[in-house]
Design a protein around this ligand. Structure first.
Ligand SMILES: *Cc1c(COP(=O)(O)O)cnc(C)c1O
Length: 388
C-alpha cells in the first residue's frame, strides 16, 4: 500500500468536497504522524482541534476498547452508563443543567437552534424564532447551520435556506440594531475559528450577554472549536466571565470519535420533552466512554500548561520576519503572514509540519499535550517558511 494509490482511489471515488493536502497518514503517536513512506510530521492541526491528546492515546484507547468489549450501540431507546456519566461530568464542570448529545458540531448547533426556538415560542409567542449571529461566523454545514453562518461564500448554490437568521456586525450597536420582537437568541463564537482566529473583545462579549438579558433573548456560545481546553480554559466563555444559556461543543470532546454536545443552562435545561429531538447515534456509548477519558483529564494543570505553551508560541511567532500579527488564546493561534497562508501551509507540509489555514491566516491547533521539543521544531519550520 502506498500513499499515491490511496490518493488516486480517493480522487476517483470520493465526492470532491475537500481540497486535501497530498498526503495519507498511516500511523502516529502523540504529536507525530507518519505517512506511507515513513516520513515524520509534527502535528499542529490535531485533525482540526480534535485530537487533544494527540493520536494513539493509550488512556483514551483503553476506555474505548473496554466499552467496545461490553456493547457498541443500543440506540437511545435505552439507557447507557457512559452517556449518563459524560453528561454528569459536563454538567458538574460547567454548571449546565442538562445535555443533549449529537454526532458533530453542526448537530450540536442544530439542537441549540431548536432549543432556542422552542424556548422563544413558549416564553414569548409563536413569532419569537429569530436568531442573531455574527458576520464572519461559522456554525456548520447542515442547511440550518449554514443559514446561521454569516458568510456569503458558504451560501452559494444551497438556498433556499430556513428563515430566521440575521447577521450582525460584531459591535454592540450592530447586534442591538438586529434585535426586534422576534429575536429569541444571539449565537456567537467568542473566538471565530474558521474565519481566522478572531478573538472577540471582552467588552463586546459581555455587552452581548447584557443585551440578551435586557431584551429577553437567550445567549448561545458555539464552542465547537474553542471548547474542551483548547484556549487554556475548559470552555472559552469562562475566560470572559459570562454565563451563556446554551453552550455547544464537539471537535475535541470525543478524542477523535464523532460527538457533539448541546449544554442547556438554567431555565432552558427543561425545554425539551420526549420526542422533541433525537439522534440514532447521538451519545453512542463507545464515543462517550472515550469522551469521559478526555474530559476527566482536562484539569487545572493541563489548562495552565495550555496557557503557558500558547504564550511561548505567540511570543516567538511575533519575532518571525514576515509575521504581521498573531491572534488567539491558549493553543488556538492565528498568524497573519506576508506570504499567502496556503503557501505557508504547503511549504510547512513539505518540511514535515502540519498547520492549518483559516481565511487569510495560518492557524495552529496543536494537541494540548504538545511537548517543548515539538513546539521548537514547529517554530523553526515556521520561521524558515514564513521569513523566506
Ligand atoms: C467545526 C465547527 C462547526 C461544525 O462542526 P462539525 O463537527 O464539522 O459539524 C461548528 N461551529 C464551529 C465554531 C466550528 O469550528
Amino acid at each position: 500500500m502506498d500513499g499515491k494509490y490511496i490518493i488516486d482511489e480517493d480522487k476517483q471515488f470520493i465526492a470532491g468536497t475537500y481540497a486535501r493536502f497530498p498526503v495519507a497518514f498511516k500511523e502516529g503517536k502523540g504529536c507525530r504522524l507518519y505517512d506511507y513512506d515513513g516520513k515524520e510530521y509534527i502535528d499542529c492541526g490535531s485533525g482540526i482541534a480534535v485530537n487533544i491528546f494527540g493520536v494513539n492515546d493509550e488512556e483514551w484507547k483503553s476506555a474505548v476498547i473496554a466499552q467496545l468489549n461490553n456493547i457498541q450501540h443500543t440506540s437511545n431507546l435505552y439507557y447507557t452508563e457512559p452517556q449518563a456519566r459524560l453528561a454528569r461530568m459536563l454538567c458538574e464542570k460547567t454548571g449546565a443543567g442538562k445535555v443533549f448529545f449529537g454526532n458533530s458540531g453542526a448537530e450540536a448547533n442544530e439542537c441549540a437552534i431548536k432549543a432556542a426556538r422552542k424556548y422563544g415560542e413558549l416564553h414569548g409567542g409563536e413569532h419569537k424564532k429569530q436568531i442573531i449571529t455574527l458576520k464572519d461566523s461559522f456554525h456548520g454545514r447542515t442547511i440550518a447551520t449554514l443559514a446561521a453562518t454569516g458568510q456569503e461564500s458558504f451560501h452559494k448554490y444551497y438556498g433556499p435556506f430556513p428563515e430566521g437568521f440575521v447577521y450582525a456586525e460584531p459591535t454592540i450597536e450592530g447586534v442591538e440594531s438586529c434585535f426586534n420582537e422576534n429575536t429569541c437568541a444571539v449565537m456567537i463564537e467568542v473566538i471565530q475559528g474558521e474565519s481566522g482566529v478572531n478573538v472577540l473583545g471582552e467588552d463586546f462579549v459581555k455587552g452581548v450577554e447584557e443585551l440578551c438579558r435586557r431584551l429577553g433573548a437567550l445567549f448561545i456560545c458555539d464552542e465547537v472549536q474553542t471548547g474542551n481546553g483548547r484556549t487554556g480554559h475548559l470552555y472559552a466563555y469562562q475566560a470572559y466571565g459570562v454565563k451563556p444559556d446554551i453552550v455547544t461543543t464537539a471537535k475535541g470532546l470525543g478524542g477523535g470519535l464523532p460527538i457533539g454536545a448541546c449544554m442547556l443552562f438554567g431555565d432552558v435545561a427543561g425545554v425539551f420533552g420526549a420526542g422533541d429531538h433525537g439522534s440514532t447515534f447521538g451519545g453512542n456509548p463507545v464515543v462517550c466512554a472515550g469522551a469521559c477519558s478526555i474530559l476527566s483529564r482536562i484539569d487545572d494543570k493541563l489548562l495552565a500548561s495550555v496557557r503557558e505553551k500558547g504564550k511561548y508560541f505567540v511570543e516567538r511567532l511575533k519575532k518571525i520576519n514576515g509575521v504581521k500579527s498573531v491572534s488567539g488564546m491558549g493553543l488556538m493561534i492565528g498568524i497573519d503572514t506576508s506570504k499567502p497562508a496556503s503557501l505557508v501551509a504547503k511549504e510547512c507540509l513539505d518540511k514535515g509540519l502540519l498547520v492549518l489555514t483559516a481565511h487569510s491566516r495560518v492557524r495552529l491547533l496543536p494537541p494540548l499535550t504538545i511537548g517543548k521539543e515539538d513546539i521548537d521544531f514547529a517554530l523553526k519550520i515556521l520561521n524558515e517558511v514564513i521569513s523566506q
